[in-house]
Design a protein around this ligand. Structure first.
Ligand code: GLY
Length: 476
């Protein structure tokens, strides 16, 4: 089968690898640069690599040249632009949400609206604003903790919170926040859509549940958690994720089976609600990026219409024959498929050049080398991210260059990952976090506290009930 993969990062490398394990698959790729990991797979399966901008027009052109049997779309932006629809228009099955369905990720306001309309548990109160002035007025008059975000997917950029309500500081804090709405709103600017969303602020450990959906059958995957901050111990600016963990089994050590089941129920109801609103079946992967909160228990922070990255690097290697599940998802044959998960947890470290995420220019254009056979000998694998094969050199593109993954207990994996790092070299300082997976105990303690709160609420029938003062709206 000829499979055309669209996208250029570590997530697409992980997807391509899983698909290449079925020996009759030929892998073709369309990327904006030559990803060395994807290239190795394309060459070994006798496919072809196409370089170009990932636009619907370019995808149409590559489809006409390759005539693929299936498309796999990795990143969100092509989904928002209708790239999956380009495959389906030609009668080619695609693994990837349609443009209409990807709105669940693209518009945070639509996602919240949908949750309220369909009374999906784990929903937060929110207000959407089309002008910065209205948003600033609301924020400066509001009386509780809140999160202020761009109203649509902006790669995690621009999110700000007022994390507490100390009376003597709250006025100053609210005014400072009101002043920053112009910056927050600048990250999402879509004609006719709100610019800012304000949500009640919640706290607790975060985790992600990815669910495959073929339009009829849905299949939940093992949980994962990504580590957002750039530097060790959760310090520094937020990134797309500097590492991730998954397992053991389907859970994470701080999330129990009931919470997993409730999270699955939330995502399942979301898929039905999306399909009902758009009239299109949801085909691909959807993820609930969750927080365990005292307010609800499992609570939705946002949805992804694709795999999280680096979450994909932690989940995919743990699933046997994952490529087959991707094919079954795209072609509507998920029913009856078996999900075989390696019980061992996985640990992923992202490696990025100094400069990421704040100064992409500084982080770009550096040579980086890796002794792949040595890393594989240690028992780890590597997915290539923001790094291009230029001639015989690997050159950084400004974001997370490599994702290293190891299966096994965290201590052992950490030892192997540290050793793997000695086989990676660069002319720029490389940033990576050796504390990924080491905060599990802390998170378990935090989870116990919120678990006590939400189970007490549940027994009193007050799940999801909060009462902050909102201007003009009385109690929010
Ligand atoms: N790791 C977060 C994301 O993929 O958006």
């Amino acid at each position: 089968m000829k499979v055309l993969i669209v996208g250029d990062g570590a997530r697409e490398n992980a997807l391509a690898k899983s698909l290449s394990l079925e020996s009759s698959n030929e892998i073709f790729a369309l990327s904006s640069y030559i990803n060395p990991g994807i290239k190795e797979i394309v060459d070994s399966t006798k496919g072809k690599y196409f370089l170009g901008e990932i636009t619907p027009e370019q995808v149409r052109e590559v489809i006409s040249r390759v005539n693929p049997d299936m498309g796999v779309i990795g990143p969100e932006d092509p989904l928002f632009r209708g790239v999956s629809d380009e495959f389906r228009k030609e009668g080619i099955p695609a693994f990837g949400a349609s443009k209409k369905n990807a709105r669940i990720e693209e518009s945070k306001v639509w996602a919240r609206w949908l949750m309220w309309k369909y009374e999906i548990p784990g929903r937060l109160r929110y207000k959407a604003f089309s002008t910065m002035e209205e948003a600033a007025k609301f924020i400066s008059e509001y009386g509780g903790s809140l999160a202020v975000k761009p109203a649509g997917q902006a790669g995690g950029k621009g999110v700000k919170v007022i994390a507490d309500i100390q009376a003597y500081l709250s006025k100053d804090k609210r005014q400072a926040m009101a002043k920053s709405v112009n910056e927050i709103g600048s990250y999402y600017n879509k004609e006719g859509e709100p610019k800012i969303i304000v949500e009640e602020k919640v706290d607790g450990p975060e985790y992600t549940l990815h669910v495959l959906s073929d339009g009829n059958t849905i299949m939940p995957l093992p949980l994962a958690q990504d580590y957002k901050n750039a530097y060790q111990d959760g310090i520094g600016p937020e990134t797309g994720g500097m590492g991730s963990v998954s397992g053991p089994g389907f859970l994470l050590p701080f999330i129990n089976q009931d919470e997993y089941d409730e999270t699955f129920e939330i995502v399942k109801r979301t898929v039905s609600a999306v399909e009902k609103e758009t009239g299109e079946s949801y085909t691909g992967v959807i993820a609930g990026q969750m927080m365990l909160t005292g307010l609800w228990g499992p609570t939705v922070i946002e949805y992804y219409s694709r795999f999280g990255d680096p979450e994909a690097s932690a989940i995919i290697p743990r699933i046997q024959d994952f490529g087959d599940l991707v094919v079954r998802t795209a072609t509507g044959h998920l029913s009856g498929a078996k999900l075989k998960v390696d019980e061992r947890p996985s640990l992923v470290w992202a490696v990025s050049p100094l400069g990421y995420p704040l100064d992409r220019k500084l982080a770009s254009g550096h040579r980086i080398s890796i002794d792949l056979p040595k890393v594989r000998e240690i028992g780890c694998d590597v997915f290539f991210g923001s790094v291009a094969l230029e001639g015989s050199f690997l050159v950084t593109k400004g974001s997370r260059a490599l994702e290293l993954v190891c299966l096994g207990d965290f201590e052992e994996s950490k030892r192997r990952l540290l050793k793997s790092m000695s086989f990676i070299d660069s002319d720029v300082k490389l940033i990576y976090r050796t504390d990924i997976g080491s905060t599990i105990q802390e998170q378990a303690e935090k989870a116990e506290i919120v678990r006590y709160t939400y189970t007490s609420r549940k027994s009193r029938g007050t799940l999801g009930v909060s009462a902050d003062w909102s201007p003009n709206g009385g109690l929010w």
